[in-house]
Write a protein that binds this ligand. Structure first.
Ligand code: NAP
Length: 483
């Protein structure tokens, strides 16, 4: 079973002790980063270890491996490491090039297990496979690499596909490699390094141990665990893992949902071969390109031309679009009706999201006026769905008069980090409109604020996000999500 390691990077042993106490229930092993400690703390390390009552890894990093010891301080670093081997550590991190036999002999003498480590902050080193191939009983092998480039990502997946030798840690740093940390028990990695969310992360991509245990249910993961997730690039602070994992937990449904920022879409193929993936949410920029990886697309996907959901059905990958119905439900709920027959609606924007929304609104019976900054795109979309179009400027005010009671905002103007933008600044709300802005970050956009001040009704994008996820959850798990 993979272990959880809490990395201690505070300047003092006292501060570290607070983290040990706070996270004791979700930690198997501690890693004391001696390079982060103030020098006056070094001699107090043996006493602290006895009080912590957990196995501790001794680590003293140099700059090249993400630590604080400079190349000029290498002798001082090695002397410190050597002297601390007399303290009651359970493990010591020895970089792969620290080859002198004396280290192994002292470890054997002190009954400390060495962790042979390799770090690459720029990619995957050519000798990674050979390094892991040398893993043998009596030492733990650890490699921390970077897979932001598609080539590196592919190499790592290939190595993981072959399976890891026992007592090996293979992880990728940063957001792209996040899955290698959370899925350590699935990938056969010996340990997952974590950092407290309130402290300094020991390396890029560390997760808080409580989040690992509570949101991702790390202790229950194994090679049989059904995996779901979201692909896109970048994924930033996607809310989907929080939404889906909550439903899995509340419904006591086996499975885990992870963010997979993919540098390039073709990596989906080896990722699907490696993991027992049951379903994937798909977001920018892959909603169209992902169609190449779908065995059977729904008629909705074919009409909209974009797919935000992949799910497995008897070994076939099905493509669905839940954005469209997920958008419609909150609107119908707000209006208290079941269709939009005879309603005239202005849609702002003609991008990917707008396509699904235009489809959904038309299906529900509405007549639309599509306004877009690039008018030709509004025209193209409107002609495809047999609707009206116009420019996103005061020149549209005349024609908008008939379509202004419901306004749907689908552009990313107003979305974080462009929160100061208002795509409708040429329009003065009168107070009898309903403005539905599908942006969900921030919760209230600038244009929503303006509409609210004028007395208009407003609806934000979060309910849509939840509704489209709810439909995906059913496709992924066959179960209803909790309310
Ligand atoms: P997209 O395909 O890139 O389209 C962007 C649209 O925004 C285009 O119409 C573009 O106009 C317009 N635009 C961009 N900046 C603008 C500005 N400063 N002023 C006026 N118009 C501007 O993106 P998308 O996939 O449609 O996504 C759009 C938004 O919808 C995003 O904020 C996304 O988070 C949100 N969304 C929310 C949900 C949800 O569940 N709530 C689901 C999907 C999407 P041009 O054609 O002139 O460039």
């Amino acid at each position: 079973m993979s272990k959880i390691c809490l990395c201690l990077t505070a300047e003092t042993l006292d501060e570290n002790r607070h983290f040990v106490d706070e996270y004791r229930s979700s930690t198997d092993i501690l890693e004391l980063r001696v390079d982060c400690l103030r020098p006056d703390q070094w001699e107090m390390v043996p006493g602290a270890l006895k009080r912590w009552e957990l196995p501790v890894i001794l680590t003293c990093r140099r700059e090249a491996d993400g630590g604080f010891f400079t190349p000029e301080q290498e002798k001082e670093r090695q002397d410190l490491l050597w002297s601390l081997l007399d303290a009651p550590f359970a493990y010591v991190d020895l970089e792969k090039d620290l080859t002198d036999e004396k280290w192994i002999e002292k470890c054997r003498d002190k009954q400390i297990l060495p962790i042979r480590s390799l770090h690459d902050f720029n990619g995957v080193p050519e000798d990674l496979e050979a390094f892991i191939g040398k893993a043998h009983p009596g030492e733990i092998f650890k490699a921390a690499v970077t897979i932001d480039q598609a080539e590196d990502y592919k190499v790592l997946l290939k190595i993981l596909q072959k399976g890891l030798p026992e007592d090996t840690i293979l992880l990728a740093m940063g957001a792209t490699g996040f899955f290698t940390r959370v899925l350590a028990p699935v990938l056969g990695s010996w340990l997952c390094y974590c950092s407290p969310s309130t402290g300094i992360a020991a390396a890029p991509g560390h997760i808080d141990p409580l989040e690992l245990c509570q949101r991702y249910r790390f202790r229950s993961l194994d090679r049989e665990t059904p995996i779901m997730g979201i692909i896109g690039n970048p994924l930033g602070h996607s809310k989907s893992p929080q939404i889906h994992n909550n439903w899995l937990k509340e419904g006591e449904i086996p499975g885990v949902y992870i963010a997979f920022p993919l540098p390039e879409i073709h990596l989906l193929e080896p990722l699907r071969n490696l993991l027992d993936l049951r379903g994937l949410s798909v977001t920018i920029p892959y909603k169209v390109d992902v169609l190449e990886y779908v065995d059977e697309a729904s008629s909705r996907v074919n009409t909209i031309g974009a797919c935000n959901t992949l799910y497995k059905k008897e070994d076939r990958w099905m493509g669905e679009n839940t954005d469209a119905p997920g958008f419609l439900k909150p609107l119908l709920d707000q209006l208290g009706c079941t269709d939009l027959l005879g309603r005239k609606i202005t849609v702002i924007g003609a991008g990917g999201a707008s396509r699904g929304i235009v489809y959904a609104l038309k299906e529900a019976g509405a007549e639309l006026l599509i306004l877009n900054r690039t008018e030709s795109k509004a025209q193209q979309l409107a002609e495809e769905f047999d609707q009206k179009w116009g420019p996103l400027s005061e020149n549209a005010l005349g024609v908008m008069e008939e379509y202004r009671m419901i306004i749907v905002q689908t552009t990313d103007a107003g979305m974080h980090p462009h929160i100061e933008k208002d795509p409708l600044e040429f329009y003065s709300f009168r107070g009898d409109e309903l403005l539905y802005d599908i942006v969900f970050n921030p919760e209230i956009t600038r244009v929503m604020e303006r509409a609210r001040k004028a007395g208009a009704s407003i609806l934000g994008g979060y309910p849509m996000l939840v509704e489209q996820a709810r439909l995906q959850f059913k496709l992924f798990t066959g179960k209803e999500s909790s309310r």
